[in-house]
Design a protein around this ligand. Structure first.
Ligand code: SF4
Ligand code: SF4
Length: 285
């Protein structure tokens, strides 16, 4: 089963939930899909090793062969190619590496070269958890390509947890789109509630079963709980606004490791997810 941990707003506690859930379970893989700023390993402290460079094939135009027919620039949906009267300009950071321009150039004026977007890393053998993360190169924007490469390392025999980036844009879709279940982590503040509803719209659009974990519960008002009740969205867990949890977080310690009872609560979340999915199967039957 693949479980994505997502939210609309950043800083609601996605990484906290991903880590604590992964540490509570066994036979699990944790993927840090927040490739612009992966921070799971701040809490895990594993020695990491590179497993793969993430490469994008980009066009190189031979201006001598090119007759400025504009077919490539008209084709490129990402505006990575622009036709001037006397040459074709290429903007590497906009190129998604689809290869379409190379295929359709009638003058065979386009060759391809490789551009590095980032790396995939994993925890070295002997670590207590199977952990992978993607790391986007500074200045690059193609986070989704790194996330797609990261997901090559999914083991279907294991429970898989994706720590998704914040927001509702392409990298989030790349992170959660193939998940069997999505946990939305939120907090009951006006900003948290606003972005939570955006995230609900996304998972509904993607038709992914989902539930909610309210973090820093007790802070703010009851708007998230009231909304979930009205919309019949299951609340899987409430993590209280507890000073001890905040102190452990500030020391880089997942709180299931130090606070009694929380391992069982995260195991309960996993059981609730399984029950919800079994229920959906029954409905389909
Ligand atoms: S398709 Fe080929 S020939 Fe036409 S403008 Fe592009 S590079 Fe030049
Ligand atoms: S490879 Fe695709 S995205 Fe890149 S410039 Fe060519 S058509 Fe555009």
């Amino acid at each position: 089963m693949k479980i994505a941990i997502a939210s609309g707003k950043g800083g609601t506690g996605k990484t906290t939930v991903s880590l604590n859930l992964a540490l509570a379970l066994s036979n699990v893989q944790l993927f840090d899909c927040d490739v612009e700023e992966p921070n799971c390993n701040l809490f895990l402290g594993f020695d990491l090793e590179k497993v793969e460079d993430v490469i994008c094939s980009v066009p190189v135009i031979n201006q001598e062969k090119c007759d400025i027919c504009r077919k490539c620039s008209d084709f490129c949906r990402y505006n990575a190619l622009a036709a001037l009267p006397d040459k074709i300009l290429f903007f590497p950071s906009l190129c998604h590496g689809c290869g379409g321009c190379t295929i359709l150039c009638p003058e065979k004026a386009i060759l391809e070269s490789q551009r590095s977007l980032g790396v995939i890393e994993k925890a070295k053998g002997g670590s207590s958890l199977e952990f992978y993360r993607g790391l986007l190169n500074i200045g690059e924007t193609m986070a989704s390509a790194v996330i797609r490469t990261l997901k090559k390392y999914i083991d279907d025999q294991k429970t898989v947890i994706f720590d998704a980036p914040p927001g509702t844009s392409c990298p989030v879709i790349a992170s959660i789109g193939d998940a069997d279940y999505c946990v939305l982590v939120t907090e009951s503040t006006p900003f948290g509630f606003h972005d939570f509803r955006l995230a609900v719209d996304v998972v509904r659009e993607l038709k992914i079963p989902f539930g909610v974990i309210i973090n820093r519960w007790g802070l703010g008002d009851s708007s998230v709980e009231d909304y979930c009740k009205t919309k019949r969205i299951p609340i899987l867990l409430k993590i209280p606004n507890d000073r001890k949890i905040a102190e452990l977080y500030s020391q880089g310690i997942p709180f299931v490791r130090k606070m009694p009872g929380w391992n069982e609560k995260f195991l309960g979340v996993f059981e609730a997810i399984k029950s919800q999915l079994v229920g959906l199967e029954d409905v389909k039957i």
